[in-house]
Design a protein around this ligand. Sequence first.
Ligand SMILES: [Zn+2]
Length: 253
Amino acid sequence: MASDRTPHAIPRFERVEDERRHRKQRLAAALRLFGQFGFDEGAAGHITARDPGLLDHFWVNPLGMSFKQVSVKDLILVNEQGEVVEGNWPVNAAAFVIHSQIHAARPDVVAAAHSHSMYGKAWSILRRPLDPLTQDACAFYGDHVVFADYTGVVLDVEEGKRIAHALGDCKAAILSNHGLLTVGRSVDEAAWWFISMEHSCQAQLLAEAAGTPVLIDREQAEKTARQVGGSGWLSFQPLYDWIVELQPELLDE
Ligand SMILES: [Zn+2]
C-alpha cells in the first residue's frame, strides 16, 4: 500500500517568520530529546539556533528549566551582548560565551549543541579524538577536534573565542574534562551529531574496556566519512516525529 506520507526533505522558507517558527520547533524538540536521553546534568547544557532574521541573535533554552519541559514558548532570544531580548528567563552565561563566538566565527552554523552527557563527558577525560571504530563513528573521522585546555567554567568571551578557533571548520569538539560540542547547518543536524557522537563515545569506551579495538583502516574510514558524514539532518527526522507524537505540547507557542 502506498504511503500518503510526504517524504522528508529539507524545508525552504519564503518568509523569515516561518523559518523562525520552524527553527524554534526543532530546537524545542531537540531539547526534549536531550532530556529523554538523559543528557541533562542540573542546569548545564544548551542548544542554540541562530535567528534567521537577526543573524547575530540566537534562540536558546532558558537557564534553570529542565530540557524535559522546554516548549517553543519558553525559548529565549539572546542578542550579541548576551542580553535576553525575548522571553522571561535568564540565559546561561556559558551558553552565551561559547555559542556566541561559534555563531560569529562560523556563518554556516545555524545551531550548536552542548551538554554534560555521561559518555561524552567520560570520553573527554581521555583527551583523545574518537577513533574510526564503527560506521557511525566515521561521521566524525577527520571532522572533530579535542579542545585540551580546561580552565574552569567558560565565562570569558576569550575562552569562547579559543573554543571557536579550535573547532575550525569541523562539526564537533571534545571539550576536555567537560563534554561534547557539536554544530550543524540546521538544529536537526547539530542535535543529531551530538546524539551520534555521544553514542560513539559510549561504543569506544565499551570496546576499550573489553579488549583491544581494531580500527577501520584509513581509506575505508575516509570513504565512510564521505558516505555518512553529511546525513545528520535526515537521521534526526525519525526522532523529531517520535518526540512530537509523544510530547505534542512541546510545540506550544
Ligand atoms: Zn558545559
